[in-house]
Write a protein that binds this ligand. Structure first.
Ligand SMILES: [Zn+2]
Length: 115
């Protein structure tokens, strides 16, 4: 199951409930919960996890992400064949454009830490 939440302007990492009907491969944050977190902490970034999948935005991410000016952090973990876990954190910005797709992510995947 994917976890999700926000990183506040005050540095708080605030987990929020994943309300997607298929949370194993998707995430959705309730607008009321997001508004409350925004009021309490501000929102510097939105994060969610990918389990056993690379930290690149999925098609579902592109459809669901609508806070265009915020960085999206994707935290990915996957097993390393008996050597523990790999972990990757990537940040992306969502942009509007004039392509038929209407919006896309901009961002160079950056591995912040691998275990
Ligand atoms: Zn995703």
């Amino acid at each position: 199951m994917e976890c999700c939440g926000i990183v506040g302007h005050d540095g708080a990492v605030v987990p929020l409930e994943n309300t997607h009907h298929d949370p194993k491969f998707n995430f959705l944050i309730d607008n009321l919960a997001l508004t409350k977190a925004h009021a309490e902490h501000g929102i510097a970034a939105i994060y969610h996890s990918h389990c056993n999948f690379i930290a690149l935005p999925s098609g579902g991410d592109l459809e669901l992400c609508s806070w265009y000016s915020l960085p999206y952090l994707i935290v990915s973990v996957w097993p390393d064949h008996g050597h523990g876990l790999n972990a990757q954190v990537c940040a992306f910005l969502l942009e509007l454009d004039n392509t038929p797709y209407g919006k896309h992510f901009r961002g160079a995947p950056e591995v912040l830490e691998c275990m």
